[in-house]
Design a protein around this ligand. Structure first.
Ligand code: NAP
Length: 261
């Protein structure tokens, strides 16, 4: 771990030294029941992107946790908008993280799950073409896939007019993908919130003002406010905060040790 990726715990119990990867993995953990974790980075004034991309908000500590959360999940859920816009590549994990997954009885890589109502997806995009595990696409009935898509991904059809996210998540769990990590984007997060499917939000707050213009990390139709208790606050040396909110105390971390990679 370099000084640039150093992360310390500041709440609820301040820790004296920087956290190792095993300590971080234990703090985030895997829940003891089906669980949907959402991970976002935002500016201090709530922007979801800088110049249209999340990269301008992210830095070394955020990338460290981002990779660690991928290590911990069974399924990596991403909306088609973010997949297209951010040019998602194939999911890759370091050898240490793959070894950690093997030791914990998991497949070497999580399964990528793309949510798309239109199936306007490019089978040649690296997230499909180079995927280490065949991705799933959650979609709805009656939408024709583009040529080549079913050669590189399996379609899961849930819902008629729109993708039924509750039914989609239930199907993922039926296929053994219990621990889900959603990397956005905002429309999908808004829809998951509206359907009351979000168990946890991991939010990195970058210490900058993005100003007016960019949207928030959530978008779409209004939905009722829902309490989401704070579970931990971590801080990186450059003033980045990492907040973990989770609604169910029963979903406490249970991951055990992770590699110091
Ligand atoms: N700061 C961060 O951590 C972060 C994370 C992720 C994304 N972002 C940013 O967010 C922006 C992209 O956002 P976006 O507006 O494109 O939103 P999005 O939620 O990424 O994508 C919206 C698209 O995803 C599919 N989708 C989402 N929810 C769906 C649902 N309930 N049912 C069916 N399909 C659903 C649809 O795809 P189809 O059109 O194929 O039907 C929809 O058009 C980019 O600027 C990106 O950089 C930031």
């Amino acid at each position: 771990m370099s000084a640039g990726t150093s992360i310390s715990r500041v709440w609820p119990t301040p820790a004296t030294g920087p956290l190792t990867d095993p300590e971080l993995a234990a703090l985030y953990g895997r829940a003891d029941r089906p669980h949907l974790r959402v991970n976002f980075v935002a500016s201090a004034d709530g922007a979801v992107a800088l110049a249209g991309y999340s990269a301008g908000l992210s830095g070394a500590p955020d990338k460290r946790v981002f990779g660690l959360l991928r290590m911990l999940c069974d399924g990596l859920v991403v909306a088609a908008g973010t997949l297209r816009h951010e040019g998602y590549r194939a999911v890759r994990l370091s050898e240490d993280r793959r070894a950690w997954r093997r030791e914990h009885g998991l497949t070497e890589y999580p399964t990528l799950v793309v949510v798309s109502g239109s199936l306007d997806l490019d089978p040649a995009q690296a997230c499909f073409a180079d995927a280490p595990v065949r991705p799933l696409v959650l979609t709805r009935a009656g939408v024709e896939p583009p040529p080549g898509l079913t050669e590189v991904a399996d379609l899961v059809r849930c819902g008629a007019e729109r993708v039924d996210l509750a039914a989609g998540l239930a199907e993922l769990r039926r296929r053994g993908l219990d621990q889900l990590l959603c990397e956005g984007g905002p429309q999908l997060f808004g829809a998951l919130t509206a359907a009351d499917l979000v168990d946890e939000l991991c939010l990195t707050v970058a210490p900058l003002l993005a100003g007016a213009g960019p949207g928030r990390i959530t978008a779409g139709d209004e939905s009722p406010a829902r309490p989401l208790p704070l579970r931990h606050v971590l801080a990186a040396a450059d003033g980045v905060l990492m907040l973990r909110y989770a609604r169910d105390p029963g979903a406490a971390p249970s991951a055990g040790a992770a590699p110091a990679a």
